[in-house]
Design a binder for this molecule. Structure first.
Ligand code: GLC
Length: 527
């Protein structure tokens, strides 16, 4: 690793990137909310884990109606998290440890407290920066079209003056009008603002949703291009962004949820985004054939544009991996999230350990979501404490995303498992949370943390070669990249014989007494 140097301009092609959900990472001032002071204090931990970069979910000034994805000021840190000067120190301190910083930009919408939207509400020309429309029906009492919010309910809210405004997410997140040059200029400026502060990359939130068909037509019965998903005009925006990033040697990772792999790959053309999240791997069930297909498709879709793949098992929006893999349905789908889903945590944990070795062996960059390296399960947050708007806007049927956002346990014997000190964390930690604490796992070679550390340290043995599948029994995945190193994962119901090898580099669990690979176990072998 070592210091970031201009020589390592391709670091992002194979990086391990750790996602920090600031609010829940570490609470430096003891007020119950994670903050930059907490992150700075834990930088040695992150360096010890061996990650190359940190991706911070939005840390800007925000009313937190959607966990910071409702940004009121892109150039200010939320006071609950700290100050801009602290962010600058954090970026510099991380850099000294060889860790780069990636910030999260949310271009599709702003907070309803953003000065532009407040001016728009006051009737100013800023209305043009959003999508304001009269309603339908005799009195304009019906929304302008049939679009639905991603969080449930209509995507429109009516103002006292009778006009409606568009929000693909919560009403507190009005969508920006990307056909307006001021919107483009402002975001280009925000990019420069953060690149000037030493940020090495930007994650682009909801990257495929920005552009809207100016007619804002109904979805029902519509033909031709989707009125707001993956519109061609967007590529122009990202080409302009790319030229700005190139001037700083910075990189992008787009949040692009698209089923069509050809359309997905367009975002990764050489003059657009460097990388995009691979959600087909994240949503894939724990099944050898399905995983292999997801891996093959991913590599095939990236190949023509020369972009590296990304491998993500979880993030701040989805069910934590050990929980997902411990359920009857091991895939992820927002539509099927429910309260009280039976879960076998020991099984899920075994699989998540194997999945960690699988993803860290694949060619491309790998994302680790805070707490994944501790094997944290999804928490059942008591209903009255849930803050995620997805819950309320679903009418209370969707548990929302708070279960994967519960503050981290750092020290088993301390108040709030060492997350903070004086005040209870903003989301309650479930009973038993302390047993996952970093200090408990640190000295335990069998811990999930020890596995992640070892795997991240060893990962370079795979080199940067392409993936080659090796013959293997049904339900077993075996591949090589460097000729002398193999990854084998057993998802079959019975133990599997290992291919010929000279040494065992790392295992997600022990081999059985006959030296075979047990079910739901992965190994890295020296051939
Ligand atoms: C992205 C974020 C999610 C947020 C949404 C709206 O999907 O990952 O957390 O709620 O965008 O900004």
């Amino acid at each position: 690793m070592g210091q970031p140097t201009p020589a390592r301009t391709d670091w992002w092609r194979s990086a391990v990137i750790y996602q920090v959900y600031v609010r829940s990472f570490a609470d430096g001032d003891g007020d119950g909310t994670g903050d930059l002071a907490g992150v700075r204090a834990r930088l040695p931990y992150l360096a010890g884990l061996g990650v190359d970069a940190l991706w911070f979910t939005p840390w800007y000034r925000s009313p937190m109606k959607d966990g910071g994805y409702d940004v009121a000021d892109y150039r200010a840190i939320d006071p609950a998290f700290g100050t801009l000067a602290e962010a600058e120190k954090l970026i510099a301190e991380a850099g000294e440890l060889g860790i780069r910083t990636i910030v999260d930009i949310v271009p599709n919408h702003v907070s309803d407290q953003h000065p532009w939207f407040r001016a728009a509400l006051a009737g100013g020309p800023e209305r043009e920066l959003f999508h304001f429309r009269p309603g339908r029906g005799e009195q304009g009492e019906l929304p302008p079209n049939d679009w639905r919010s991603e969080f449930g309910g209509p995507a429109w809210t009516r103002l006292p003056d009778g006009d409606w405004y568009l929000h693909l997410f919560a009403p507190e997140q009005p969508d920006l009008n990307w056909a307006h040059p001021t919107v483009r200029r402002e975001h280009e400026d925000v990019l420069r603002f953060w690149f000037e502060r030493g940020v090495a990359g930007v994650r682009i939130d909801s990257a495929a949703l920005l552009a809207k068909d100016p007619r804002l037509p109904d979805l029902a019965g519509g033909r031709g291009p989707h009125p707001y998903v993956d519109r061609d005009e967007l590529h122009d925006v990202y080409r302009a962004w790319r030229s700005i990033a190139d001037a700083y040697g910075a990189v992008f990772v787009g949040e692009v949820w698209l089923p069509d792999s050809e359309r997905f790959a367009r975002y990764l053309r050489p003059d657009e985004l460097h990388t995009a999240f691979n959600f087909s791997f994240l949503t894939c069930p724990w099944d050898a054939a399905r995983l292999r297909a997801a891996i093959d498709e991913t590599l095939a879709e990236h190949a023509p544009v020369g972009a590296p793949a990304t491998w993500v098992l979880c993030n701040h929006d989805v069910t934590r991996t050990v929980t997902r893999y411990g359920r009857a349905d091991t895939g992820f789908d927002f539509a099927t999230k429910a309260f009280g889903t039976p879960t076998e945590l020991a099984l899920g944990t075994r699989r998540a350990r194997a999945a960690a070795l699988l993803s860290l062996a694949l060619p491309g960059s790998v994302y680790v979501y805070q707490g994944e390296e501790l094997g944290l399960p999804e928490a059942e947050v008591p209903v009255e404490r849930i803050q995620d708007p997805m819950h309320a806007r679903s009418g209370g049927t969707d548990p929302g995303r708070d279960g994967c956002r519960v503050p981290l346990p750092w020290a088993a014997g301390e108040p709030y498992a060492g997350f903070g000190s004086r005040q209870e964390p903003w989301l309650p930690q479930p009973a038993g949370w302390a047993s996952y604490a970093v200090d408990r796992q640190q000295g335990d070679p069998a811990s999930v943390l020890a596995l992640y550390r070892a795997a991240i340290r060893l990962r370079p043995v795979f080199g940067d070669g392409p993936l080659t599948w090796l013959p293997a029994p049904d339900g077993v995945l075996a591949f090589t990249r460097a000729e002398d190193v193999l990854c084998v994962v057993n998802l079959a119901g019975t133990p599997a014989d290992l291919p010929p090898h000279t040494g065992l580099l790392l295992g997600s669990g022990p081999l059985d007494d006959d030296g075979r690979l047990p079910t739901d176990t992965a190994v890295w072998l020296r051939a």
